[in-house]
Ligand binder design. Structure first.
Ligand SMILES: Cc1cc2nc3c(=O)[nH]c(=O)nc-3n(C[C@H](O)[C@H](O)[C@H](O)COP(=O)(O)OP(=O)(O)OC[C@H]3O[C@@H](n4cnc5c(N)ncnc54)[C@H](O)[C@@H]3O)c2cc1C
Length: 391
């Protein structure tokens, strides 16, 4: 096996790292403290990232993107999250949904939306599944007519009339194009009763609700999406009627793996800060790094980081191999890496002692950010359920 990265991957990794160092880190810690979550989104930095080609990285070259494979997206995502997890998630979400544009949308839909997506540096994408009463039930899923999403789309001629709401949606309120799952058959479970549509903010009856306040990942924006007799043309239907779950499963790969790569970037940043602090902080007559108790904390961080990175690179590689791809590798990678990242951020905070807990120091932000992927992209319990070998 050859684990070396290609020259192109190394170049993109460096580009993302330099961008994180130059543009993201200088603003992240202050900007995430802006009180109103609706005013916090770092548009200026996100736009600069787009001008470097980061926003359209996942689209194939023939569609105007950079054609980055899952491993390359992981490398770039880790570096952006080393700068700030929220900003990395903003890009990662758009990459993930670029795969929908590429693999699920039809030619006519691509012709309508792709030019604007390519030209507009503030054109981000979002996907909506979760609702106040349906989170894991959509993901496990609990496939019963009385469970799962309740936002319905009812056919009316060449349109669908949509009513209901989604919440927690990443890039919600910031995105210009949404892929949303609606219930199109309430007599069936989500596996057979859900259809994927494209929705745009100009559609009558589609509005934004609250922008959610969050513990971490505060520079990404999550919002409620509200549908009140919203008329969505059938031309915006992406999958077969009631066929969304099946088609999504067949065509979309790597999303959990890419998500895991971002949170690992946060963990690496925390580990690096812990190492630096341990070299300089003197207690017991010597730098604390020379105390074995602190050394163990750092060694465990290193082991968790390296194990996560190896697993991620393998998982990302399999996502691009038709004969090796198995979604369960993605689910478990997300579980393992998010939990390892949480452990790293916790230990790194311990290395900083009491200062680690103070908001004037960088460490508590890393821990808050690292918690997000225990829940986001499906809870780790939902991931485990989907990995159980007898399912
Ligand atoms: C930062 C962030 C970003 C997000 N972005 C998006 C987005 O862009 N689009 C989107 O659609 N959603 C998004 N979500 C929503 C996310 O996917 C859900 O929060 C997640 O799937 C869990 O759903 P829930 O919050 O309703 O929790 P629940 O499903 O209510 O779960 C509560 C607890 O019960 C457990 N549980 C639930 N069902 C079972 C079961 N059958 N067996 C055992 N345990 C179970 C869960 O693991 C969890 O511990 C985001 C969430 C976060 C935190």
């Amino acid at each position: 096996m050859d684990f070396r990265l290609t020259d192109e991957q190394i170049a993109l990794q460096k580009l993302a790292h330099d961008f994180a160092e130059r543009e993201i880190r200088p603003i992240a810690h202050e900007q995430e403290k802006i009180a109103d979550p609706a005013l916090r989104f770092p548009w200026e930095v996100v736009e600069k990232g787009s001008r470097l080609g980061l926003r359209t990285l996942a689209l194939p070259e023939e569609m105007g993107g950079a054609g980055a494979d899952v491993l390359t997206l992981c490398l770039v995502g880790e570096e952006l999250a080393w700068g700030d997890l929220g900003i990395a998630v903003t890009f990662d979400q758009t990459w993930k949904i670029s795969h929908f544009l590429h693999r699920l949308a039809n030619d006519e839909q691509r012709a309508r939306y792709l030019p604007a997506f390519l030209e507009d540096h503030r054109f981000h994408l979002a996907v909506g599944s979760t609702e106040p009463n349906a989170g894991s039930d959509n993901i496990v899923p609990y496939n019963s007519p009385d469970a799962g999403m309740r936002t319905t789309a009812v056919r009316d001629g060449d349109h669908w009339v949509v009513n209901g709401m989604k919440h927690f949606i990443s890039n919600g309120g910031a995105a210009k194009l949404y892929f949303i799952l609606f219930r199109t058959d309430t007599t069936k479970g989500v596996n057979e009763g859900v259809t994927l549509f494209i929705v745009t903010p100009d559609m009558e009856g589609f509005t934004y609700g609250r922008v959610h306040e969050k513990m971490g990942q505060r520079l990404s924006q999550n919002a409620e999406l509200i549908f009140e007799n919203c008329r969505v043309p059938d031309a915006n239907r992406v999958t077969k009627v009631n066929g969304a779950m099946e088609e999504r499963k067949r065509f979309v790969r790597g999303s959990n793996i890419e998500a895991a790569a971002t949170v690992l970037g946060t963990a690496r940043a925390a580990y690096e800060e812990a190492l630096e602090y341990a070299r300089n902080r003197v207690q017991g007559g010597k730098p604390i790094i020379d105390h074995q108790a602190v050394g163990f904390l750092l060694a465990d961080c290193f082991a968790d980081y390296e194990a996560s990175r190896r697993l991620l690179h393998y998982a990302a590689w399999t996502a691009n191999q038709d004969d090796l791809y198995d979604p369960k590798i993605g689910f478990m990678t997300k579980c393992f890496v998010s939990e390892a990242s949480f452990r790293i951020a916790t230990r790194a905070l311990e290395v900083w002692g009491g200062m680690g807990y103070m908001t004037e120091a960088p460490m508590e932000k890393y821990l808050r950010d690292a918690t997000s992927f225990l829940h986001s992209d499906g809870t780790n319990q939902a991931m485990r359920i989907r990995t159980m070998p007898f399912l």
